[in-house]
Every structure is written in structure tokens, then in C-alpha cells.
Design a protein around this ligand. Sequence first.
Ligand code: SF4
Length: 424
Amino acid sequence: MTVPAARLVVMPRYVERFACTASACGSTCCAGWRIDVDRASYDRLRDAMNRSEESRAAIEPRVAPAPEPSPEPHRHALVVLREDGACTFLAGDNLCSLQQRLGEGALPDVCSSYPREVRVVRDRAEITATPSCPEVARQLLLHGDANDLVPAPVERLPRAAPRAAIDAGAPPWLASVHRVRAAMSAILGERRVSLLARLAALGCAAQETRPWFHRGALPEAPGQLERVFARYGAISTLQALERELGDIGDRADLSAGVVMSFLGDIPKSPQSALRPLLIGIAAAYAERDGVTRIDAIYQAYQARRRRWTERHAAEIDGYFTNWALHYVAKEWYVVEHDLVDFAIRLFVRVAVLRFLLLSHPGLDEADGLPDAADRVRALDAAVVDVVQRYSRDVEHDRSAIGTLDARVRARSPSIAHAMFMLNV
Ligand code: SF4
């Protein structure tokens, strides 16, 4: 699948602002992952190898055939990794020796495209980027206009094939992707009320559409979906929801179980980015608060969360508003059966990320600082760290994510239950 050059191309501002920090990057994208080489990239490398003995010696031992034949053209070969899990082309200065030797054009598509991705809806190509790259995470999380769309020159399109595409003539569930994302984003972007109220409104709207808007449904009446979302997105409705949410309390028995089971299921690979953070968080609760049992950790977390949200609600809401808008744009609801399933998936992720942020050991010292700007700097650094690690482990491992979501769904089957996640 390729992206024809004549399409309308758009990107959010965080992609427009992104520039790889290269050798200054604290977390290179060239380590800890299997690096697939697609067929066309492999052919380019082979041509380069045939040009000189020196090039052959520099490339051949570093690119191996895929261990099992794959029908997917992007899995034709693999870059050989070092023992520490890093790419064998990674030079001592943290730069790519392949790019230095042969230029950007020689890179496999996956390397030249990362962290950008493209999705195509009819005549429009959308470039996004993954916050598993820390510089993307910074640009996404720390600027209020990060998700505003701007036109993009076609040269910004990544070489890799689109992650998803919806053609003209798709059934209503798929064909509505622009409308549904616009309706959800309008609610999520109404920053005059808390993010929790906006998520609750999104959940209520999803629930109301459930009988007639789902996979396999017939087209709904013109404007029906927009009317439901507009009603829940009205400022008076959002303010009423905000008041009601203040009264539902924190059902720790419901929310803690879901968050802890999600985190407990994170794959235990030695390359995991999230595991060291989880271990650090558990150790900090034990040392600082003297608690090790999940219910006690969750109680200590609630006290910590109250302290931070009383002082920095706007910043914390801002991070997760940006993240949620990005999620709606990029993780299309169409993989679900209906919008309630999508809303539950979103709620759980926001809850997990908020737990990780406000439990982050990097906030311990900042907690007692008198200057708000110093505390915000610590929050900024912690949220970038959390989202980057989470994205690296969870969003990039589609098999793990399927298992995590199935377990969450078993524990949190209804939107009413999932609403309690909003108070994590
Ligand atoms: S992780 Fe991001 S900033 Fe770091 S080297 Fe890769 S693309 Fe560049």
C-alpha cells in the first residue's frame, strides 16, 4: 500500500515541530526493538553492497534474512542487533553509521519513517508520530496547540506504508471516521471543564449511540451522531457532569484493580522500558510510605494524587487532554465493536498513565518545593518519561495490547463501571 503523491496531506503541530535530537537523544530508537527490513529497502542495500567491497563488508554481516519466511513484504530481512539489543549500525556517537556512509535514502523504510506514521482516509493522508520517541512526547504533551492540524508538504510523508486506510465506498462504521473523531475531539478540546468531565461526556455520548452506531450498523439518520455529541459537549452539560463527578467518589475497589491488573500484565521482557519504572515506583511506595500491598499502595497513591491535583490540576489535565486528542486521532475507534468499547479503552489508558505520572519517583523531591515553576518542570519531565515508556512497551506491542484490553474488558464491561476509572 502506498500513498499517492497528489493527496491532501495534513499533520498536527507536534509533528510539524518535531526534529530528531539525534546524538543528544536520551533514548535512541535504534535499541530494544526488532528492526524489520522490507523487500524494497533490502534491494537498495544489496545494490549498495554490490558497489564496493568496503560497503559489502560494512553492511552484509549486519542484515540477516528473516528467521521465518513472512508473506508481509515489510518483514523480508532483519537488522542484526548487538548483545545489548542495539542496532549494529549504531555508531559510538549515537548516530547511524549506515546513514553516515550512504545517506538517508539507504535506510530501511522503518528507520527513515520513525517516529512518523501515516494513515489514509479517502483522499487525505494524515501524518502522526509515536510518543515512544521522547522528543515527540515532549512536543505532544507540553504544548496546548499540539494537536491542531496544519497542511503538510508531501515531502513530509514517511516512506513506510500507511498504518491504515479507509477507501471511498467503505461501510458506514468505517466511512464515519472523520465525523466521529471530530465529534469526540470537540468534547475533549473543551478545556473550560476538567478532563474528567469531558471524558465522562464522551462516555455518555458513546453509550447513547450504542444501539444504532456500531460495526455492521446501517447508516444512521443524517446528523444524528453529531447531535448526540453536541448535546453532551455543550458547556452546560459538561458543567453539570463535572458537579456530578465530584459526588461519585473514588471506588478504589473498582479502579485500582483495573489499573493494577493492566500494569501487572505488561510483558516482562528484559528490553521493557516500563518495567524499570514500575519496579522504581513499587520500591518508592515501600520505602517512602511503608506499603507493599496493592490496596495500601493505592491508598498512598490517592493522598499523593490529591496533593498534586490541588496544586497542578491545569497542567495535569493539559498533558492528558493532549494525549487523549492524539489517541482519538491515531488509534481509530473502528477496530472496536462500538464507541463504548473505544471509550473504555481510552479511560483505562488515561487512568493508567495518570497513576504512573503521579506515582513517578521523579516527583518525590519536587513535592516539597515551594516554587510552582520548579514543580511543573518536574511534572513535565515525569510525564514525558511515563508516556514515552508506556508507548514503547504497550502501543508498539500489538499482541500484548490485545491481551491487556481483553482482560480489562472482562473486568470493566460497562461504561458505568468504567466511569470510576476517571477518578484514578
Ligand atoms: S528516539 Fe526520536 S529523538 Fe531519539 S534518535 Fe530516535 S527519532 Fe531521534
